[in-house]
Design a binder for this molecule. Structure first.
Ligand SMILES: [Zn+2]
Length: 284
């Protein structure tokens, strides 16, 4: 099929500020799968939970859409929306952190890189949260850390299971040490949550790296991943440069990690809801 097209079609023209508010309507009717190069009707992809219908490639999926699709219809109740990031260090790189936050918040309509709340999966109550990777690479600053900790605190209060979907580049460097402290804080929240003996299921999405992988994402009682997700602490390029060795094929992808006993299962997006229901039924 791809032979029909001799050159890459220009699918997503540079979006203006206003257009970015309505991404699905404005980015054109067709999208190209970056894995198999197939040109697919965008609605077809959306209907398929953002999985390429031709090759099964798992494309990025917005946090809110994921939560709504995964939880029992109408059961998602968002919490902690009011938490907003501050700029404790007055940080500035090529741009002021404050300005970066303002533009990102405006264009995405999210306060920070994490959406959380409570809901039900196949009738079972869960305290749940999901990273918004589009928000500064899903980086974990004070707000994300606080929201993650609250997912576990809420689960503890409600005596229910906790589920977290991680997709993150790691700590938010603009918040320096405050960002790194979130690793200890979230891990401590999990330790307290364990007292009620309910399960915590961690689902790693593409990519789960840095301080998020090195704290709560890898502390799940059950650790699931989407197919071909990049999961690890430092990225493969950094490791190659450090050890000056070529890394094996598929290094740090879900399949490689499963083979080496680092995760429990790889679950296709379409089966996730049912598998989570099954897991919670067995463990809760
Ligand atoms: Zn594809």
């Amino acid at each position: 099929m791809s032979a029909w097209f001799s050159k890459k079609p220009r699918i997503a023209p540079q979006a203006s500020e206003a257009e970015r508010d309505q991404p699905s309507r404005m980015q054109g009717l067709w999208a190209k799968c970056e894995e198999c190069d197939e040109i697919i009707y965008r609605q077809e992809i959306e209907k398929n939970l953002n999985v390429c219908p031709a090759c099964g490639h798992h494309m990025p999926w917005r946090a809110r859409e994921r939560l709504v699709a995964l939880l029992d219809p109408g059961t998602f109740e968002e919490m902690d929306q009011e938490l907003e990031p501050l700029d404790p260090l007055g940080f500035s790189d090529s741009k002021k952190y404050r300005d970066r936050l303002r533009t990102t918040r405006k264009s995405l309509g999210e306060n920070d890189a994490f959406v959380s709340g409570v809901g039900r999966i196949e009738g079972k109550q869960v305290s749940i949260g999901c990273f918004v990777f589009e928000f500064m690479g899903g980086s974990m600053g004070s707000v994300v850390g606080e929201k993650v900790a609250r997912v576990f605190e809420r689960a503890r209060d409600l005596k229910c299971a906790a589920v977290i979907f991680s997709a993150s580049g790691g700590a938010r460097m603009q918040e320096g040490i405050f960002s790194l402290m979130q690793m200890a804080k979230t891990s401590a929240a999990i330790a307290r949550f364990r007292e009620i003996r309910r399960p915590y299921v961690s689902v790693m999405l593409h990519p789960t790296t840095g301080g998020v992988a090195a704290s709560f994402a890898w502390l799940g009682d059950v650790i699931l991943a989407e197919p071909k997700a990049l999961i690890g602490f430092a990225g493969p390029r950094v490791i190659e440069q450090t050890i000056r060795q070529k890394l094996p094929e598929g290094f740090q992808r879900s399949e490689f990690l499963l083979e080496h006993g680092m995760i429990d299962a790889i679950i296709h997006r379409k089966e996730l809801r049912q598998k989570l229901g099954q897991l919670l039924g067995l463990m809760a």
